[in-house]
Ligand binder design. Sequence first.
Ligand code: AMP
Ligand code: MG
Length: 471
Amino acid sequence: MTIRFDNSYAALPAGFYTRLDPTPVKAPRLLAFNDDLATLLGIAKDDLPDLAATFAGNSVPEGAAPLAQLYAGHQFGNWNPQLGDGRAILLGEVVGTDGQRRDIQLKGSGPTPYSRMGDGRAWLGPVLREYVVSEAMHALGIPTTRALAAVETGEPVFREQGALPGAVLTRVAASHLRVGTFQIFAARGEIAHLKTLTQYAIERHYPEADGPMGLLTAVRDAQARLIAQWMSVGFIHGVMNTDNCAISGETIDYGPCAFMDVYHPNTVFSSIDQFGRYAYSNQPDIVVWNLAQLATALIQQTSDKEAAVEEATAIVHAIPGLIREHWAEMFLRKIGITNAQDGDLDLVTDLLQRMAENQADFTNTFRSLSAESTRDQFTDPAAFDSWEDGWRARVAQEADPISVINAANPAFIPRNHRIEQMIDAAVAGDYALFERLGSVLSTPYDDQPDHADLKRPPKPDEVVPATFCGT
Ligand code: AMP
Ligand code: MG
């Protein structure tokens, strides 16, 4: 056997999923394979006879138990009673060399009973975007699903733009349990399933958690930290629906996501997010909303509902405070401060306000605090100068602010315009930028002078105003 599968989800009751194989594709061609991740998963690449066929879904590896998972969710606040993997197949799980259990899932692997009107497929653009951005997220030190492989299918998929090359992404995740997985059983009144799922999630992710409220607390803590981490690198998820909110606390589902260039708290990237529900600065509020939905679902299995509601309310109400704590710690580090004093946070909020007023690039402004040229990031450099004196006086009391700044602020992020350029080139058969982004973003905190062009914000004609969901 070449992938040592150890499948736990397939052992859950039949109501949790539909067993089915991926749909084979015409001409699989391997575009990318993540050797480091494969090693972590204990997969010996040379043992797999045909990587393209395996990760296109054409040849199901021995030991796999392919299935599409069932879940529901609130999308943009609206309840959808049944979603599920409409274009994904869980091949199975492996326990890595680090002892952690992970899912191996094909995305874009053909229709399932949950496809609704969709074709079950993905096109090359979003597959490469997720590959690069999720791996960049991992290298930034932020919990995330990862990318093991990308395969071109040799078949067209049809989207608004016309016929596009089809592709399959192999996604690796601590699990694919979502808030929406709990919601579906709660909404249907399938309490036995809800209890089974709760027990499963506790055993798999939070073995110390005590019962449904213990699970809620653990997910809350993981999500609070995750959201603060997103904020600290200027990440906008774009579709924080409850079906895209992972129980593990990993970032999941890279659709119309983006890292901000110019800092502004109201930044939205997704073309389908008309009202800015998932804007950058709304993310902390949305996670409260999502966790309230998880609480509502979990409560359905408790015997004393009144007491459970009271307990769950207290757990959920603590989220904003937790996010603020993480946020403060992370943003103080971004300006070189590790030992907080009264008034330090004013330095952060003051800087952010000046950045917003002066179209400062989020990533480059913070990173350049360890060098000399920060004022150039501001349309009115004097707006930085009048902040700088107070800040310099304060960091003079810190032991090694330069190292702290360089460890807290990446030099490189996957900038949206580069991702778009990468996709355009790949469609034309040129993978040089895909390879280069993958390599540079694997060490995002290192100065890599040869790749300084990838630090540059978009020129006016390069700005990508919206990332289309046409995934
Ligand atoms: P997402 O916006 O990617 O989180 O997807 C929301 C839901 O739509 C999930 O149930 C997906 O499986 C499903 N879905 C998205 N795209 C497709 C597609 N091309 N074919 C079938 N189902 C899809
Ligand atoms: Mg999703």
